[in-house]
Design a protein around this ligand. Sequence first.
Ligand code: NDP
Length: 253
Amino acid sequence: MGRLNDKVAVVTGGSRGIGAAIARRYGAEGARVAVVYKAAADAADEVVADIKAAGSEATAIRCDVAQTAACNAMADAVGAAFGGADILVNNAGIYLLTMPGETSEDEWDNQMNTNVKGAYFAAQALLPQMMARGGGKIINIGSIAGETGIPASAVYCATKGAIKLMTKSLALDLRPHNIQVNSLSPGCVESDMNAGYRAELQEFMDALQGRFGVGNPWMVPDDMAGTAVYLASSDSDTVTGANVMVDNGYSAF
Ligand code: NDP
């Protein structure tokens, strides 16, 4: 018996990294999963195939979450495929290293529109389905970058700080509809997102490591999956507006 049997879950950015790990784990817990991606159709298809091979249902849906009309079309596609959604993981995100004085308007807009606006409007698009089903779960993927400054990352940090407060406010608004809204904030997770940045961020990582003292700061995407299941399951029905740090203890400093 899976913890998400009979549930329909939508995972944005489900094609790669943290989203793919969550999508696979949701499938293993019995959910039917919509794997939402922007461009990596082959990767999304692979995640769908893995979920099906493990015995659940899944479908890939192309949607650029930065486009509100695309979020609405995505919700329609989820309705057509599965009859409605119970769980939304707002995981789609981008991270660009940006220095003050050199940041373009596009770099600001792309990060804000994907990480913040996309999360808001993906939720808005799926709300009618959750309300019709008597409740739901929205899990916004935040970041350690919503807790602490990171060099060359002011715009990205702004997006993740916004996620934290948007989560709290939505939690209040959606309480009457039995929809719990929480954020899951990873620390440092090896993924495509930071593969090109690890050398540039090494000095920062070394400083953190020095403070932290023990252990490897880097986690893998699957390290996020268990908490994502908890926040999607009835075990968290009395948890809303929370920000759960899954960061190997970094934010404890
Ligand atoms: P990846 O770069 O590995 O994957 C990003 C995913 O987001 C891909 O599936 C990509 O789709 C999708 N995506 C990007 N832009 C859009 C868009 N406009 N519309 C729809 N989908 C989009 O990232 P991670 O797995 O590392 O990160 C996932 C989330 O976790 C992000 O919100 C990130 O900010 C957050 N996070 C990551 C940390 C880390 O250390 N990796 C730490 C803290 C938070 P496609 O494959 O089609 O391009």
